[in-house]
Design a protein around this ligand. Sequence first.
Ligand code: PRP
Ligand code: URA
Length: 214
Amino acid sequence: MDFYHEDNITIFTHPLIQHKISMLRDKNTGTNEFRKLVEEIAMLEGFEALSDLPLEDVEVETPIETCMTPMVARRKLAIVPILRAGLGMVSGVLALVPTAKVGHIGLYRDEETHEPHEYYCKLPNPIEERTIVVTDPMLATGGSAVDAITMIKNHGGRKIKFMCIIAAPEGLERLRTEHPDVQIYVGHLDRQLNEDAYICPGLGDAGDRIFGTK
Ligand code: PRP
Ligand code: URA
């Protein structure tokens, strides 16, 4: 088994995911490599997170005969990154399901209060029937994830999954408590938050490391 699963939480144990997360943590990993690793981890996590995607039988002509064969049902998936850092995971999930629609939610954390502030929201419409995968590499206090998912629910989203790379216990508990219906996928569960609400040992500021800002 390559993950630990309890209730609605899946924590990955696959050696490739753990190896790539360790590379992300290294402060000497540069922007280019960091971006590629985030994309690859998102693809590996997405493979499991999408294991219940609905299928529909379609007619296909093989060199031998015509048959009915299953394909991923169309118009069934939306990916919603939390800006900015969640953007880095989108290409990994799109590599698995290129036809997915992509929405965006813009949130930034106030440096003093650590509370999230909304600055953008554009979601596929209609969204009710879609599986929605919310991406953000970091689940720290959980404030951003909780608010983003509340916004999606207010727009009619129902079947929601949240995929992150590193989580703090505090954020995981908050997300599970406030949105118990959401499936949560975690690459690695870290030790704790520090006084600035950064994850320890973590990887630093994910947005800055993906986009090369400071
Ligand atoms: C980071 C991260 C999450 C959030 C997690 O974003 O990408 O969205 O912090 O923290 P929380 O769980 O305590 O809410 P940030 O606000 O730094 O914005 P950025 O991605 O634009 O850098
Ligand atoms: N956001 C980040 O990018 N990193 C953290 O450790 C916490 C929040």
